[in-house]
Each structure stands twice: as C-alpha cells, then as structure tokens.
Write a protein that binds this ligand. Structure first.
Ligand code: THU
Length: 157
C-alpha cells in the first residue's frame, strides 16, 4: 500500500482517475446519496467506467466497481491491469479514500485471475488530496477464485 501525491501519478493513472471522477456523477443513489465512480483499464488500453446503481430493495443495489466489470463484459473486455475509484457524499467531500466492499473485491479477484495478473487499484478522496495505490491481492489476501476450482481461465479472456 502506497500513499502518493496526485502530482506524482503517471499520466495514465491521472487519466483513469479522471474517468472515474466523470462517471461518479452518473451514480443513481436516491437512498444513500453517495456517489462512487470506478474506471477499469483493460489490458488493451481501453477505459471502462461504472457508477453505483441503487434500488428500493436496498440489497439489490450494485456498487460502481461491479458496475464497471459488467459494463466491460458487455463490451467484450474481461482482462484489466488497473482500476481507479473515487467517491463523494451528496453534500460532503470524502476525507479518506473509498475502498471496494467485500463483494466487489471478490469480483475483482475473479477478473485478476482471468487476466493472469494482480490488479492495481488507485483509491482517491474527492479532492484527490489523499491517494492510495494498492492491489486486489493486497485487499483480498488468500482469496478464492476460478483457478481454485480448475477453470481454464484462458477460455474467458
Ligand atoms: N459503494 C460503491 O459503489 N463502491 C464502494 O466501494 C463502496 C460503496 C456504493 C454502494 C451504495 O450505492 C453507496 O456506495 C453507499 O454504500
């Protein structure tokens, strides 16, 4: 886990964070009022965005990270090297980074095993005044994934 200043990020990570920031505003969040944006960078360099989409049956809501994975799948992308996540409240800026929930970590781990690489994850506060770089292996140690049940991941790339 690495704390880094925004100005020290390489340009591709700044771009990925901007894509997450842009889609954050598309959150459908009538219940929490919390806006989350996620942007995946596919192994071929394409950026795919996702925002949280809530539901009156609260448990049916979906987070920005899984929303991005589903959007990517629909476009034919299943392999990723990087993910950026940013969030804001309805009337406040976050002062700590927003990290993926347990369900999202599990789905991100699946994507990382399909990819064949650890997934780098950039977490940012609303104002980008605190940025942490971590990875799915760090956020979900000793994880369970498709390789553990003998899935031929090459077929699903
Ligand atoms: N949420 C995300 O989209 N991603 C996260 O990393 C944390 C939580 C969403 C789910 C819900 O719509 C709202 O934030 C409040 O939990």
């Amino acid at each position: 886990m690495l704390n880094i200043n925004y100005s020290d990020l390489p340009s591709f990570q700044k771009q990925l964070l901007s894509a997450a920031e842009e889609v954050m505003e598309k959150a459908y969040n009538p219940y929490s009022g919390f806006f989350v944006g996620a942007a995946l960078l596919s192994t071929d360099g394409t950026i795919i965005q996702g925002a949280n989409v809530e539901n009156a049956a609260y448990g049916s809501s979906i987070c920005a990270e899984r929303s991005a994975i589903l959007a990517a799948n629909a476009k034919g992308y299943r392999t990723f090297n990087n993910l950026a996540i940013i969030a804001r409240g309805s009337d406040f800026d976050t002062t700590e980074v927003t990290a993926p929930c347990g369900s999202c970590r599990q789905m991100l781990y699946e994507a990382s095993q399909i990819t064949g690489n650890d997934l780098e994850i950039i977490l940012s506060t609303t104002k980008k005044d605190k940025i942490i770089i971590t990875s799915i292996n760090e956020l979900l140690p000793l994880a369970f994934g498709p390789l553990d049940i003998g899935i031929d991941v090459e077929k699903y790339k």
